[in-house]
Design a protein around this ligand. Structure first.
Ligand code: MCA
Ligand code: AMP
Length: 500
C-alpha cells in the first residue's frame, strides 16, 4: 500500500515534525528514529507502547506503522486490573518505552525495547535538523514490513462499553489514511499547519488526529505535555496555527479568558480551533466567540469509526452542531423500529449509524461484540442519538446507553467501575451514574451500600481504589451512601430511581 507518511521521505529533511517541550525532531530525525524502531519490531503481530506524552511514544507508533506492526497504546496511569486485561487480550510481543521509564510489574515480563531518540546523532534537543547515518529512504525502507496491506491493523485502541472490561478496537491502516485525508479536506489542513495540543496519546483524539494527523500532512505538532492555557497562549503566539482539545479544555479556556488578554489574542490569531470527544456546551462556545471573535468548530468521531462529521473550515461554525458527514462517510439516523429517519427538520431523532472506509475492522477476540455493533448491511451502530438540520448539519442530542459516561472527554463504562467497587471489602452493593458537571461534562457518581453501615469506606478510599485498579480518570468524584439500591421485581437495579 502507499505510505501512511510520505513526508518521512519527501519533506525537506530539516522540516520540524514533532516538539514536546524543548525536545524536538525534524522529519529526517523522525525517519531515522522511527526507522530504527521499525527494524527492531518487524515481524511482530502487535507491540505495546507505553504511551506517555513524549517524543518516544510518537516515534514508537510511527516505527511500528512503518514496519506494518499494530501498536497497542497503553495509558501509563492504567491500574493493575485494566493493564492486566489489555495485556492478556492483546498479547503484545514486546513493549516499547522511553529509556528510563519505570514499567509496572505486569509489563516487566515482556521484552522491552527502549525507543532511542538520538541514535547517536543529536539527542533530540535543538539539533541541527539532520540525522547522521544512513540515508532516510534506506532507513525507512529497512523498517518496512513485507507486503503490508491497507486492511492490516495499525492500532488496537481499548474503549469502554457499558459492561465488562474495555474492548480492543482494531483500526486498520486504511481507516487512518482515509479519516486524516477527509479531515484535510474539511479543514484545509496542510503541511504548513502547526498543531498544538495537550491530549493523551493512548486514545484516537490525541494519537491519530493529534500526532499522526500532522505527520500525514507533512506539518508539525507541538505537544504541551499537559494541557494548560499558558502553553496554548505561548504556542499560538509563536507560530502554531491549530488547536485541538476536548470540551473540558475549552471550558477551562472560556473560564480563563476574562482575565487573560494574551490568551484571547492568541486564540484570535489561530487558523482553526477544533473541539471533539464530547459535546462542547453552547455557553462555552459563545463565551469563547465573544472574547476572541473566533468560533470553535466541532467534529464528531468514535474510537471505532475515527471521524464521521465535522464543521468545515469553509462552512458555518454553528454552536451545538457537529457539522456534516466527512467525504466518504455515509451517515443515517435510524428510529426505534429500525427505519431510517428521512426528515432533515431539526426535530426527528434517531440513532446515528455510519458506513465508510473510516470504520474499524473488529473488536479483538470479541466476534460477538463485533457482530452486535453492525447491522446486517454493514452500518455501524454508534449509540449516539441525533437530529439533522434542514441543511444537513448533525446535532447530537443524547446517547442510547445511560451506562456510558463521558467525563473530561473519556468514555467510561458504569459496569467496569461497579465491578471495581464491588471488589472493595467495604462495599456490599454499588451502582454508578453520570451527573452533569460544568468542567468535565459529566462526573462519575458512585452509589454505595456499605458492607458495614456503621463504618462505610471513605470517599477518598473508594476513589483511590478505582484509580489504582482501573485508571485515575475512572475514579468516582462523588460517593453517595445508601441502605439499599432501588431494584425492580426482577432484582435489577433501577438507576433512574436513585435520588438525585
Ligand atoms: C487525582 N489524581 C489521582 C487521584 N485523584 N490519581 C490517582 N488517584 C486518585 N485518587 C490525579 C490524576 O491522575 C491527575 O494527575 C490529577 O490528579 C488531576 O486529575 P483529574 O482532575 O482527573 O484530571 P484533570 O486535570 O481534571 O483532567 C482534565 C483533562 C483530562 C486534562 C481534560 O480529562 C483529559 O486529558 N481528557 C482528554 C480525554 C481524551 O483525550 N479523550 C479522547 C477519547 P495528572 O495531572 O498528573 O495527570 S475520545 C476519542 O478519541 C474519540 C475518537 C473522539 O471523538 O475524540
Ligand atoms: P470514544 O468511544 O471514547 O471514542 O468516544 C466516542 C463518543 O464520544 C461518541 O460516541 C460520542 O458520544 C462522543 N463524541 C465525540 N465527539 C463528539 C462531539 N463533537 N459532540 C458530542 N459527542 C461527541
Amino acid at each position: 500500500m502507499s505510505s501512511l507518511f510520505p513526508a518521512l521521505t519527501d519533506a525537506p529533511s530539516g522540516h520540524p515534525a514533532l516538539r514536546f517541550g524543548e525536545r524536538r525532531l525534524t522529519y529526517a530525525e523522525l525517519a531515522s528514529a522511527a526507522g530504527a524502531v521499525g527494524a527492531r519490531v518487524r515481524g511482530e503481530a502487535r507491540v505495546a507502547v507505553w504511551a506517555t506524552p513524549s517524543l518516544e511514544t510518537a516515534v514508537a507508533v510511527v516505527g511500528a506503522l512503518l514496519a506494518g506492526v499494530a501498536a497497542v497504546p497503553l495509558n501509563p496511569k492504567s491500574g493493575d486490573k485494566e493493564l492486566g486485561h489489555i495485556l492478556g487480550d492483546s498479547a503484545p510481543g514486546v513493549v516499547l518505552a522511553a529509556p528510563g521509564d519505570e514499567l509496572p510489574a505486569a509489563l516487566r515480563e515482556l521484552t522491552r525495547i527502549d525507543v532511542e531518540i538520538d541514535g547517536g546523532t543529536n539527542g533530540g534537543t535543538d539539533g541541527d535538523g539532520r540525522g547522521a547515518g544512513a540515508p532516510v529512504g534506506a532507513v525507512v525502507g529497512a523498517a518496512a514490513g513485507a507486503a503490508v496491506g491497507d486492511e492490516d491493523p495499525a492500532l488496537v485502541v481499548y474503549t469502554s462499553g457499558t459492561t465488562g472490561p474495555p474492548k480492543g478496537a482494531v483500526i486498520p491502516r486504511r481507516a487512518i489514511a482515509t479519516t486524516l485525508d477527509a479531515l484535510a479536506d474539511a479543514w484545509q489542513w496542510t503541511g504548513a499547519d502547526v498543531l498544538v495540543h495537550g491530549l493523551p496519546l493512548f486514545h484516537v483524539h490525541g494519537l491519530v488526529l493529534g500526532i499522526l494527523g500532522p505527520l500525514r500532512r507533512g506539518g508539525s505538532v507541538r505537544h504541551l505535555g499537559r494541557f494548560g492555557t499558558e502553553g496554548v497562549t505561548r504556542e499560538l503566539s509563536t507560530g502554531a496555527s491549530m488547536l485541538f482539545g476536548v470540551p473540558t479544555m475549552y471550558h477551562r479556556i472560556a473560564e480563563a479568558l476574562p482575565d487573560d488578554p494574551a490568551l484571547a489574542k492568541a486564540l484570535a490569531g489561530a487558523r482553526l480551533l477544533v473541539s471533539g470527544s464530547a459535546a462542547l456546551p453552547v455557553h462555552d462556545h459563545e463565551r469563547i466567540a465573544a472574547a476572541t471573535g473566533r468560533r470553535v468548530i466541532e467534529r464528531y468521531g468514535m474510537t471505532e469509526t475515527l471521524m464521521n462529521t465535522s464543521v468545515r473550515a469553509d462552512g458555518e461554525a454553528r454552536a451545538g452542531t457537529v457539522g456534516v458527514p466527512l467525504p466518504g462517510v455515509e451517515l443515517r439516523l435510524v428510529d426505534e423500529d429500525g427505519s431510517a429517519v428521512a426528515a432533515y427538520d431539526g426535530e426527528s431523532v434517531g440513532e446515528i449509524q455510519v458506513r465508510g472506509p473510516n470504520l474499524f475492522t473488529e473488536y479483538l477476540n470479541r466476534p460477538d461484540a463485533t457482530a452486535a455493533a453492525f447491522t446486517p448491511d454493514g452500518w455501524f451502530r454508534t449509540g449516539d442519538v441525533a437530529v439533522r438540520d434542514p441543511d444537513g448539519y448533525v446535532r447530537i442530542v443524547g446517547r442510547k446507553a445511560t451506562d456510558l459516561i463521558k467525563s473530561g472527554g473519556y468514555k467510561i463504562g458504569a459496569g467496569e467501575i461497579e465491578n471495581a467497587l464491588l471488589e472493595h471489602p467495604g462495599v456490599r452493593e454499588a451502582a454508578v451514574t453520570g451527573e452533569p458537571d460544568a468542567d468535565l461534562g459529566e462526573r462519575i457518581v458512585a452509589w454505595v451500600v456499605p458492607a458495614d453501615p456503621g463504618s462505610p469506606p471513605a470517599e477518598d478510599e473508594l476513589a483511590g481504589h478505582v484509580a489504582r485498579r482501573l485508571a485515575p480518570h475512572k475514579r468516582p468524584r462523588v460517593v453517595r451512601y445508601l441502605d439499599a439500591l432501588p431494584r425492580n421485581d426482577m432484582g435489577k437495579i433501577m438507576k433512574r430511581a436513585l435520588p438525585s
